[in-house]
Design a protein around this ligand. Structure first.
Ligand SMILES: C[S@@+](CC[C@H](N)C(=O)[O-])C[C@H]1O[C@@H](n2cnc3c(N)ncnc32)[C@H](O)[C@@H]1O
Length: 210
């Protein structure tokens, strides 16, 4: 039985919605072994800290300052973590595209889920050969496809709380259903992702800046 109270916002927005995505972060950890991750637009989605010992969270929502200040959050992470070291958690309440006191070129992995153009605004934080995991809900994956600093290395398929990482036959994931090229300017303007022949829940890119 859990002895630490589940942080209320995490319970409301992730556990109660069956959207913690634990299996996803476990799979990502097992394959890429990231030691240091950054999650712009995270809100209170602390699941990565169950697997990655050093995590930086950024969100403009005012509630996150109080959330991360509560020692119960750290205790909850400690109770759920799958590594022996102490977790190292940093949280920034602010715009992820603004100047923040975060080390550049230093993160092994960056997450971008439903929060905007993180592949572009925050790429300075990724180290060379680091990994970007992003979805296409606001068009971030569409932008990463048109950015030569990123190369698709796998896709993530989702079925409820089950996830699968696929690294074969990746070409069709960036081919648009209507046969035209990705319109980067349109994505930037509308924040709507392009529609591809094959859909994925999220996309995994290797970052190799040119
Ligand atoms: C729909 S929630 C997604 C939360 C989480 N990434 C997930 O997968 O459930 C989008 C979050 O992105 C944050 N956000 C959007 N634009 C942002 C920005 N420019 N800077 C910081 N946070 C931002 C919002 O405050 C919100 O908490």
């Amino acid at each position: 039985m859990n002895s630490v109270e589940v942080p209320k916002l995490y319970k409301k927005y992730f556990i109660d919605k069956d959207d913690e995505r634990k299996k996803l972060f476990k799979m990502i950890y097992d394959i890429y072994k990231p030691q240091k991750g950054i999650y712009p637009g995270s809100f209170v989605h602390i699941t990565p800290s169950f697997y990655i010992k050093e995590m930086t969270y950024i969100d403009s929502d005012k509630r996150i300052a109080k959330f991360f200040d509560n020692e119960n959050v750290l205790n909850y992470i400690c109770e759920n973590k799958n590594y022996s070291d102490e977790p190292n958690i940093k949280a920034f309440q602010g715009d992820f595209s603004s100047l923040l006191a975060i080390d550049e070129n230093s993160f092994d992995i960056m997450f971008s889920f439903y929060a905007g153009f993180i592949s572009q605004s925050c790429k300075k934080y990724l180290r060379s050969s680091g990994v970007l995991v992003c979805n296409n809900s606001h068009g971030d994956a569409s932008l990463a496809f048109t950015d030569e600093d990123y190369k698709l290395i796998a896709v993530i398929k989702r079925n409820g709380s089950k996830f699968r990482i696929v690294d074969k036959d990746l070409d069709s994931y960036s081919i648009k259903r209507d046969g035209t090229h990705i319109d980067r300017n349109k994505v930037l303007k509308t924040m709507i992702g392009e529609i591809f022949t094959q859909k994925a829940y999220a996309y995994i890119f290797r970052f190799n800046p040119k």
